[in-house]
Design a protein around this ligand. Structure first.
Ligand code: NAD
Ligand code: IPM
Ligand code: MN
Length: 350
């Protein structure tokens, strides 16, 4: 029996609804497999935890997480209780950084039974490789100057190492898919970082002669997500561009409630972290209607990452059969509850 130690952080809001629901599905999949067991250890780190302890996680929280194989996270943030920059930098971004989860993988794929927000969408299936360690999400050299003429300085950092790493990851992935990589740039308007980004993209592409490349400015690329999503295979983007693009990706999939993500540690030293694209959705918390599919699909990515591709494929098939059967939460046009969706997925996996 292979026992896998998984750290679980439900976090805030609907994270506490979709995470426990997804753990039941993971447990059932392990039973079906017969040779594996997930040992889940839950941590209550959240905005409520902050109100009680003055920090989002204990001092040795990162050290604790590093003892686990993977991290399964719901959502962080409750701006009614704690300002977002404190809660997110105190937990989510801190884990991404300190566990060296340098790539954020975000699939964008149409699902059977989930109506796209695009009227005439052809089926699409692509993946965004979001650089996850630096870029526009930087504290380096930032400063606030108070007084009559307030000035705030916010820098972006693009290192050769992280830029090239994200691009190589994207090209390697494209070699296993449809051999096309699209780079998200803005070198017409952003004078230092983006021309550098383009230069590294051109250099790396030379090592992959079989891969078709294109480079689109982020404004045009955002529009292409709406106009012709079926033409993408792999997209490589900086931290902020990848963040924005994947919310558009979620919208064309039908709802942010279905979009998954995986924060990947590449050096094998620390755990990777699996979390959906969506946040804590304070507007629907407690209503029992949070869509669990983003979190479930994230669980599928965790299974794939751990080498259980067959179980992962089985789970995605059950998710699609569920949506195709019409058992869906209101955000994707149904009338079912979170519980009913999970019940249907459980029925279909077993
Ligand atoms: P959000 O994703 O929480 O919600 C945006 C909209 O999508 C809301 O109308 C919400 O009801 C809906 N939605 C989101 N997930 C859904 C689901 N599973 N099922 C059905 N509907 C769903 O984004 P927001 O409102 O900008 O942020 C709320 C909080 O979450 C903030 O504190 C924000 O910083 C945080 N946040 C955290 C993460 C994360 O932990 N990875 C991601 C995004 C936002
Ligand atoms: C995401 C979120 C986070 C990000 C926020 C909450 C800091 O939007 O995971 O997409 O920007 O990375
Ligand atoms: Mn986001």
């Amino acid at each position: 029996m292979n026992v896998h130690e998984i750290a679980v952080i439900p976090g805030d809001g609907i994270g506490r609804e979709v995470v426990p629901a997804s753990l039941r599905v993971l447990e059932r999949l392990a039973e079906l497999h017969g040779g594996i067991k997930f040992q889940f250890t839950e941590f209550p780190w959240s905005c409520e935890y902050y109100l009680e302890h003055g920090e989002m996680m204990p001092e040795d929280g990162i050290g604790t997480l590093k003892n686990f194989e993977q991290i399964f996270l719901g959502a962080v943030g409750d701006p009614r209780l704690v300002p977002d920059h404190i809660s997110l930098w105190g937990l989510l971004i801190r884990i991404r950084r300190e566990c060296e989860q340098v790539i954020n993988l975000r699939p964008v794929k149409s699902l059977r039974g989930v109506p796209s927000k695009l009227a005439d969408a052809e089926p699409f299936d692509f993946i965004v490789v979001r650089e996850n360690s630096e870029g526009e999400y930087s504290e380096a050299g930032g400063s606030v100057h108070h007084g009559e003429d307030e000035i705030v300085i916010q820098n972006a950092v693009f290192t050769r190492k992280a830029t090239e790493r994200a691009m190589r990851f994207a090209f390697d992935l494209a070699m296993k898919r449809n051999k096309k990589v699209t780079s998200a740039t803005k070198s017409n308007g952003i004078v230092y970082s983006m021309p550098f980004w383009d230069k590294v993209f051109r250099e790396v592409s030379k090592d992959y002669p079989e891969v078709v490349t294109e480079s689109n400015h982020i404004d045009a690329l955002a529009a292409f997500f709406v106009l012709k999503p079926e033409q993408f295979d792999v997209i490589v983007a900086s931290n902020l561009f990848g963040d924005i693009l994947t919310d558009i990706g979620a919208a064309i999939m039908g709802s942010i409630g279905v979009a998954p993500a995986a924060n990947i540690n590449l050096n094998g030293k620390y755990p990777s972290m699996f979390e959906p694209v969506h946040g804590s959705a304070p507007d629907i918390v407690g209503k029992g209607i949070a869509n669990p599919i983003g979190q479930l699909w994230t669980a599928k990515m965790m299974l794939d990452h751990m080498g259980y591709d067959e179980l992962g494929a089985h789970l995605l098939k059950a998710i699609e059969e569920t949506t195709a059967s019409g058992v869906k939460t209101p955000d994707i046009g149904g009338t079912s509850t979170t519980e009913e969706v999970i019940g249907e997925v459980l029925k279909r996996i077993s």
